[in-house]
Design a protein around this ligand. Structure first.
Ligand SMILES: [Zn+2]
Length: 86
């Protein structure tokens, strides 16, 4: 996209990620800024794979996936606690 067209496109001062929130001082709204920081930490490919694996499901499937992740995280924490006692 030509630079001038890109500038004109951004004139309404909307978030460049969600295109919903108004942003005057940043390209991203507060929520999308958090998403951007996470993407900076893990890389866009990793974040894209996580979103595809977790979010491209119906609500019931998402709940099963999230509960499975929480359960395995809790089991890992219990294992760590057990190792600390040794
Ligand atoms: Zn946004």
């Amino acid at each position: 996209m030509d630079y001038n067209l890109k500038y004109i496109y951004k004139m309404p001062f909307t978030c460049v990620l969600c295109n919903e929130e108004t942003c005057y001082l940043s390209n991203f709204c507060d929520d999308c800024q958090v998403i951007k920081r996470i993407t900076n930490c893990y890389g866009k490919v990793e974040v894209k794979e996580i979103l595809k694996e977790v979010c491209l499901r119906n609500k019931k499937q998402q709940t099963y996936k999230i509960n499975g992740i929480i359960k395995s995280k809790n089991e890992l924490n219990e294992e760590i606690k057990g190792l600390k006692k040794i």
